[in-house]
Design a protein around this ligand. Structure first.
Ligand code: MN
Length: 475
């Protein structure tokens, strides 16, 4: 089942009992963010949250925690609600192979229903804005899909980028944008600024759940996010032409904001509580001038709480970080079995692999650090044997405790790139990185005393099935 817009997905969540309508009046601050924060603290299967009775707003419709549980993540992919997370990652990886799936251009985008332009643009009149963490410097759009094109190659559909970047509302028609240097929009902006030009941009809010997943996924520079969305949703992604920029934007967005990033302008943005579980301070960031807003009747404002893990963002960027890393590693090292990059957007990654020869696991670890995502994130890699499930943390801890001789198995590489948001970086943007080789040595590596491993008994698997049956029959 592919959802063409956020509304369709919210209706499906409600039918599954995964959308909770909060009908009592709430305060915009702190209730909206605190409820979404709490959704990450009540155990598995938390629902999306819907608010339409918010003090001070006459007609707010706010959706939060839409991707904020494995249940909702499964439903976003059109899978049964109870699909285990490992199976979700495997399905994601299998669908990846259908890339590229051409999008479907549609004419009658619902966001054409209402327009503000020029001096009439007022973000506050369209969006029910509220702050998230209590130390945030202002109102944020933190779940938008931002569209931009390569100024040197504007007609290349693949180089057109769709990405999620944090945006602070700093005026009726102004937004500050944080483009991390390793992300595609930063390259577009650098090229525009070298030419002394503004960079046209479209910020789309309230999108179908797979488009949101893809916008947060580390893909190759010239790979189209729309063509990947088509592969993951198993149906062409519906797109439409934005009226001002002519960009390809999602057909089903609730709100489409168009304008330009003003060339060589910077303004203080932040602080903001981030996915790292720490605030980033105020920093000088590029500024968007909004020239046009298109929006549906009764638009839904979708927002995301993030902070100390786990919160919605950890579900949102879990599988979509694991799968690109798995595919990019396997392209050169088919021995790689599985990748768990679900901790703090892949600042730490666990990889299971077979080994060609001694030292191989360390090579796999170094490659993870040089993938597109790795350049900005992967700072700690734990490499485990092919019979260890990297999603099974007790197994990983066994490998760490039994297989590692720290003097020889821990490699530390100084002064490598990482996002400025990484709290442990020193200075910001630069860090040392570490590989922990928790694999069993193979020749020529003859260290340790691993000659006689204890394996599960051959009959144990059969007995596991038998025990499950007996226990079920007993109940
Ligand atoms: Mn891209």
């Amino acid at each position: 089942m592919a959802y063409d817009d956020l509304r369709g997905f919210l209706a499906a969540l409600e039918a599954e009992g995964q959308l909770l309508r909060i009908t009592d009046e709430v305060l915009p601050e702190p209730d909206l963010a605190a409820a979404a924060n709490a959704a990450g603290r009540i155990g598995e299967g938390a629902p999306a949250l819907w608010f339409d009775n918010v003090k001070g707003f006459t007609d707010a419709r706010i959706a939060m925690n839409v991707h904020g549980s494995w249940t909702n993540h499964a439903l976003a992919l059109g899978l049964p609600a109870n699909t285990p997370v490992k199976d979700q990652v495997e399905t994601f990886a299998a669908r990846w192979d259908a890339f590229p799936v051409a999008p479907e251009r549609r004419a009658d985008a619902p966001w054409r229903e209402n327009t503000q332009q020029g001096d009439d643009v007022d973000l506050f009149s369209v969006l029910p804005l509220f702050r998230l963490n209590d130390g945030d410097g202002g109102f944020y759009l933190d779940k938008a899909a931002v569209v931009s094109r390569d100024p040197e190659d504007p007609d290349d559909f693949g180089k057109q980028n769709v990405g999620t970047y944090r945006l602070q509302v700093i005026g009726n028609n102004r937004l500050a944008l944080q483009p991390v240097p390793v992300h595609d929009v930063a390259l577009h902006l650098r090229k525009a600024e070298e030419r002394g030009e503004d960079l046209p941009i479209a910020v789309t809010l309230g999108n179908d759940p797979v488009l949101t997943l893809v916008a947060g996924m580390p893909m190759a520079y010239d790979a189209s996010e729309y063509e990947m969305a088509g592969a993951l949703r198993q149906a062409p992604a519906p797109i439409a032409t934005a009226p001002l920029t002519g960009f390809d934007v999602p057909w089903g967005s609730e709100v489409v904001i168009e304008g330009v990033i003003e060339s060589r302008t910077r303004q203080i943005e932040g602080p903001f509580g981030e996915f790292t579980g720490h605030y980033s301070g105020g920093r000088r960031m590029p500024v968007i001038r909004v020239d046009r807003i298109s929006y549906r009747d009764a638009p839904v404002f979708e927002s995301l709480y993030l902070g100390k893990p786990w919160t919605e963002v950890d579900y949102l960027v879990g599988p979509n970080t694991c799968v690109p890393l798995l595919k990019q590693l396997r392209a050169e090292y088919p021995e790689v079995r599985a990748v768990n990059a679900m901790y703090t957007h892949g600042l730490l990654v666990i990889i299971s692999t077979a080994k060609r020869y001694g030292g191989f696991a360390k090579a796999v670890g170094m490659r993870a650090m040089t993938t597109p995502h790795g350049l900005g994130y992967v700072s700690q890699v734990i490499v485990v044997d092919e019979d260890i499930d990297p999603f099974d943390l007790p197994q990983v801890m066994w490998a760490m405790s039994a297989k590692v001789n720290p003097r020889d198995d821990v490699v530390i590489l100084p002064n490598l790139s990482v996002v400025e948001l990484a709290p442990a970086a020193q200075p910001a943007g630069l860090t040392s990185k570490m590989i922990i080789d928790a694999t069993t040595p193979v020749g020529a590596d003859a260290r340790g005393n691993f000659s006689t491993p204890v394996k599960d008994l051959p009959e144990a698997e059969e007995w596991a099935a038998r025990l499950r049956q007996l226990i079920a029959a007993q109940g």
